[in-house]
Write a protein that binds this ligand. Structure first.
Ligand code: PCA
Length: 324
């Protein structure tokens, strides 16, 4: 009898907690591999929101572009097809050059400088997203960007004619300046593109090289540390406005936590990723002096082009960043 009471009490508790958990559910599309730290961090964020709201808001992460592909996520959140999502905003720099602030070569190429640039750019980024019906929650950087090739590269001349996978306008411009042929490809399609010869080189972090096992196709990684692009997590404004102050505070505090945790993870993993590329047979080296000097020149060109495109708003961000 005693046991029976115990069991029914337990069942009652489970029922009560089910009720408490029956809150609103948000699907959160993310574009990168489920195992990637960005996606894992998104899941931690979702968990934190669940705990903070006592289950009033449940966020379900869909990694690997399974719900919406990378290129579709911003539009999906903007139009309310998804209440929340993650996107590499520099991929939309054609729409607004400010989105490309984190992809100007050698402007901010360390984690510390990337954080400073983000702090300088964030208010403008928030305003642009707000005008597009979105609320910016947090941003997490990728490790520094280096160049992947199928052969040894000692100069820009060695790059000529190579099919170069681009993930935004800056990477396409870099290809062009290097005499290469840019082809726009999302990370989710990168392995396929390398396997079929659609692309033979690209610029990215050790993280994406590792996720995509690029050693199956490529041989060299030049650790150019050109910039640290950022993934941003944002919410549809109507979905945001429909939440109580308590839930909004939970979203904000969980976002702060996720931003700090994700950035720390990126820092911690940077060396590990490069070690994995080397362990799988790739040559992982800094660019030689000649190549580094030529790349710096290309960086100079792009550093002049970006403020021209980004106007006074862009110039103000660079000024605020340099003052930090
Ligand atoms: N990985 C992403 C963006 C930057 C990075 O390191 C990619 O290559 O698509």
């Amino acid at each position: 009898m005693k046991k029976l009471i115990g069991l029914s009490a337990l069942a009652g508790m489970a029922f009560a907690s089910n009720l408490a958990m029956a809150g609103e559910k948000w699907d959160m599309p993310m574009a990168y591999a489920d195992s990637n730290y960005h996606t894992q961090n998104g899941k931690l964020f979702a968990k934190a929101v669940g705990i903070c709201t006592g289950g009033e808001l449940e966020i379900v992460v869909h990694g690997g572009g399974s719900l919406f592909k990378g290129g579709e996520i911003k539009r999906a959140v903007q139009t309310g097809q998804a209440p929340i999502g993650e996107r590499l905003l520099s991929a939309h720099q054609n729409e607004n050059p400010i989105f490309g602030v984190d992809s100007v070569p050698f402007l901010a190429s360390s984690f510390d400088n990337s954080d400073k640039l983000y702090a300088a750019a964030r208010p403008t980024m928030e305003k642009i997203l707000a005008d597009q019906n979105m609320v910016l929650l947090y941003g997490v950087p990728w490790p520094p960007q280096g160049m992947y090739f199928k052969k040894e590269i000692n100069s820009v001349a060695d790059m000529k004619g190579i099919k170069f996978r681009a993930y935004n306008a800056a990477t396409a411009r870099l290809a062009e300046l290097g005499g290469m042929l840019p082809v726009q490809i999302e990370a989710a399609e990168l392995s396929q593109a390398l396997a079929t010869g659609v692309a033979d080189a690209f610029i990215s972090s050790g993280s994406t090289g590792y996720d995509k096992k690029v050693w199956e196709h490529l041989t060299h990684f030049y650790d150019t540390q050109a910039w640290l692009p950022r993934n941003y997590i944002f919410v549809n404004k109507d979905s945001w406005n429909s939440q109580s102050d308590q839930v909004k505070n939970c979203l904000k505090s969980s976002a702060m936590l996720a931003e700090a945790a994700g950035t720390t993870r990126a820092r911690e993993l940077t060396g590990w990723y490069l070690a994995q590329l080397a362990a799988n047979g790739m040559t992982v080296i800094p660019p030689g002096d000649n190549l580094a000097a030529e790349l710096a020149k290309m960086g100079d060109t792009m550093s002049k082009e970006w403020p021209e495109a980004a106007g006074a708003e862009g110039a103000a961000i660079v000024k605020a960043y340099k003052a930090k």
